[in-house]
Design a protein around this ligand. Structure first.
Ligand code: GLA
Ligand code: ZN
Length: 682
């Protein structure tokens, strides 16, 4: 469900904790005034309010919340209502210790922190369900409430007896017999064969940790258990009579849950973005953040929501760096450019004590509106206020990059071929940067996603192939797509068992080669890929590639079975062996990159492949270094976002169209942006 389809505005606001200020009504009054000044139209309530909503077991006090929601609504401010399950009150843990998590050494945690309860505990589920139902009964139909925010930043695992038992049931369902499990997990190795499901324990540093398939299944189980917890919360909301859409807020580079799967449990994907701006280069940070926006959009191939961002500095990063003037506008607009339905902050008002009192907020301890942060937030409010027509716009993309949690877990957990670092994220990033510098919108998708509609796809280091993935690649190529795969792909199945009979599994004919061995390089070592002279039958564009590109970390050796080598290694005993190959298969092309190549290699290669595939971003003018280009569209218009992440002014030549934000001549100050509206032609 896309919320803004019904509401043509972009959201602006964030996490708001009036429960911390109930004893100071003048502060609550002041909050509303400030919200109106800053163009705030949405606040998230109730994220950690359980102790105030149910001060004693079964005694609910919702009146303070009702009063706040009514007040906000009166002033035209909408509410995202959270379920309070992200942190529990003392009485709950005291009375029912089973709600507290047990660590992998079997130690039950004391009360404290947040996000650390057992998601299996029937007591926890029941108490959460009860309060969720009651919240839905009371507020579910309130016109101010637009969206349910389920729990908060879900993550982590629990090793208690209840979770272990649930895990065994999960395994029974998956494998049916213990013999089957033993076979799939390769437990003959080191005599770790199980006699029954009852012997299985969750992976632990003081127990079993060398069965990679167990580790992998535990992670899948944790995802499924989290999803079932979320679904139970959503059911409770429905039982309480509310059918408003739901979301969970996800996190940057979070590996604990398969977000590809979790996304399916809710209507809208949202995430919390806290980039480390003003490090070496804003351009690097911008591209990294852009990648994660695109991950979030790719989860449902739909607009997402920036649920949290910081208006100034966080207090949990190693250095609390302020956002320099202009960065709030740039980073906020960047989220919209990549498909967000709004800009929300953590937090609206800075708390007075405890652990987040120095975390940036729209309103700080001083309380006035004459602060730099507040002025910049007002600027964002004015900007978003003028951009309502972007609400509900979608992102068109013909190119995709594969990024899959099962693959990530398995590859990082495997011993070898380079325990010192596979440099996987960098490998993905290189493909991403090479495509983005051409101004192309890029979808980041997992192996379960459809490849339909794309004309080019890159699969960096797909070590694990989920069932059906190889077939998907085959049909994609056969029907005319260009598919790029790298070294260390198609190595294991979904149980981390090596495929027999040659890799990339089931695709040796599609790529026209067989991978033989892979060489790990020491950090200081380097090899090179040398471009072969173009000859008849080889693509002419090869002459536009440089003669030599550096490669590091991993070099795979392959034997061509029909594919044409386009580059060869420069040294070592495999000098002269292929480093880049191309194979025609059906109507399409399959490229295989054998080593961890430098960025420039990807830039040059993809520029050529994209042109060869006849794909254009629609932006035909030059894109200067450090400038990000994105587009969103609706039936009538394409909206181009141009953003300068250089520390100096840049002049960007703009195509014909209406500049609806920023400088009409395309003169972009550092962190400056332009939005251009171009009428679609039939
Ligand atoms: C997370 C949490 C918030 C808050 C912020 C601080 O994103 O969801 O409750 O702690 O971090 O940056
Ligand atoms: Zn548990």
């Amino acid at each position: 469900m896309v919320i803004t389809m019904r509401d043509p505005y972009l959201m602006h606001g964030g996490d708001y904790n009036p429960e911390q200020w109930l004893a100071m009504p003048e502060i609550l009054e002041q909050d509303i005034d400030r919200f109106l000044e800053a163009g705030i139209n949405t606040v998230t309530l109730g994220v950690f309010s359980w102790a105030k909503l149910e001060p004693k077991e079964g005694i609910y006090d919702f009146d303070w919340l009702a009063e706040r929601i009514d007040k906000l609504y009166e002033k035209g401010i909408s509410v995202i209502l959270a379920t309070p399950s992200g942190a529990r009150p003392h009485w709950l843990a005291e009375r029912y210790p089973q709600v507290l998590r047990v660590d992998e050494r079997g130690k039950r945690q004391l009360f404290g922190g947040r996000h650390n309860h057992c998601l299996t505990s029937p007591v926890y589920r029941e108490k959460v369900g009860r309060i969720d139902r009651k919240l839905a009964e009371r507020f579910g139909a309130h016109p101010a409430v637009k969206l349910w925010h389920i729990s908060n930043e879900l993550g982590g695992d629990c090793h208690c007896g209840l979770c272990q038992a649930a895990f065994r049931n999960w395994l029974r369902e998956r494998y049916q017999t213990i013999e089957n499990l033993n076979d799939r997990w390769c437990t003959t190795f080191w005599s770790h064969t199980y006699d029954s499901f009852d012997q299985v324990e969750a992976p632990s540093a003081i127990g079993e940790s060398s069965l990679m398939a167990l580790n992998l299944d535990w992670k899948r189980f944790v995802t499924d258990q989290t999803i079932s917890f979320v679904e139970q919360e959503i059911r409770a909301i429905h039982e309480g009579g509310s059918d408003k859409p739901t979301t969970v807020n996800m996190m940057y580079r979070f590996e604990g849950l398969d977000y590809g799967k979790l996304a399916g449990a809710v209507d809208l994907v949202s995430w919390d973005s806290y980039p480390l701006w003003h490090k070496e280069s804003e351009w690097d940070t911008a591209r990294d953040t852009a990648f994660w926006h695109d991950v979030m959009r790719g989860l449902k191939k739909k607009p997402f929501l920036l649920m949290e961002s910081c208006p100034s500095s966080t207090n949990w990063q190693s250095v609390s760096k302020l956002k320099k003037p202009g960065m709030l506008e740039a980073s906020s607009l960047q989220s919209i450019a990549h498909g967000s339905q709004g800009v929300l902050y953590f937090q609206m008002r800075q708390s007075r004590g405890a652990s987040e009192k120095f975390h940036g907020a729209v309103i700080d301890h001083y309380g006035g509106s004459d602060t730099r942060t507040f002025r910049e937030v007002c600027g964002v409010g004015r900007m978003l206020g003028k951009l309502g027509e972007l609400a509900g716009c979608t992102t068109g993309s013909r190119v995709a990059i594969l990024y899959d949690w099962d693959n990530l877990w398995a590859m990082k957990n495997a011993q070898g071929p380079r325990n010192k670092g596979l440099h996987y994220e960098e490998c993905v990033d290189k493909s991403y940067r090479a495509l983005r510098r051409l101004g192309l919108n890029v979808d980041i998708i997992d192996q379960s996603a459809s490849l339909e509609g794309y004309r080019f796809a890159a699969a960096p280091m797909q070590y694990l192939f989920r069932p059906g993935f190889a077939q998907k690649i085959r049909s994609f190529v056969e029907t005319g797509g260009t598919f790029v795969m790298t070294y260390w792909s198609g190595v294991v199945d979904e149980n981390d068992r090596c495929f027999l009979g040659g890799r990339p599994a089931d695709l040796t004919d599609v790529f026209g080669l067989r991978a033989l061995e892979i060489d790990g390089l020491y950090d200081e070592e380097e090899n090179a890929a040398l471009t072969l002279e173009p000859e008849a039958g080889r693509p002419g564009w090869l002459s536009f590639m440089k003669e030599r590109y550096a490669c590091k970390y991993l070099c795979e050796l392959v034997s061509p079975l029909g594919a044409r080598p386009l580059m060869v290694y420069g040294k070592d005993f495999y000098a002269g062996e292929p480093a880049l190959l191309r194979n025609s298969c059906g109507k399409g092309l399959a490229y295989y990159i054998c080593a961890d190549m430098e960025q420039k290699f990807y830039d040059d290669l993809y520029e050529n492949l994209i042109a060869e595939a006849g794909i254009t971003s629609g932006w035909n003018l030059e894109i200067p270094e450090g400038v990000e280009i994105c587009s969103r569209e609706n039936e009538d218009f394409v909206y181009w976002f141009v953003q300068n992440y250089n520390r100096y002014e840049v002049k960007v030549q703009l195509p014909q169209g209406d500049v609806i934000f920023g400088d009409k001549k395309g003169e972009l100050r550092p962190f400056g942006s332009v939005i251009l509206r171009v009428k679609k032609t039939l």
